[in-house]
Design a protein around this ligand. Structure first.
Ligand SMILES: [Zn+2]
Length: 86
């Protein structure tokens, strides 16, 4: 089991994270490689995924997530950081 953690926006801290079953991915050389979204477990290809803002390995690299999880993460970012960013 790789060391995976998820950023908790409310706490402003990482928490241990148990990913969905399947091949979650940090990077694939082939865009068509089937993977599962690291957040919801949906089947996608690596090329369809977005780098997660929240689900990271121990070095801070983001796992690939699907489009709807990506937009949910964007909403979270807005909600917690918009005051600092604007
Ligand atoms: Zn997803």
């Amino acid at each position: 089991m790789p060391d995976i953690r998820k950023w908790n926006y409310q706490k402003g801290a990482y928490e241990p994270y148990i990913p969905p079953v399947g091949h979650i991915s940090l990077y694939e050389p082939v865009m068509e490689t089937p993977i599962v979204c690291a957040s919801c477990g949906k089947q996608i290809t690596f090329g369809e995924g977005y780098t997660s803002f929240a689900i990271h390995n121990c070095s801070g690299f983001g796992y690939s997530v699907c489009e709807s999880c990506h937009s949910a993460e964007l909403d979270e970012e807005e909600r917690y950081y918009s005051a600092a960013w604007r």
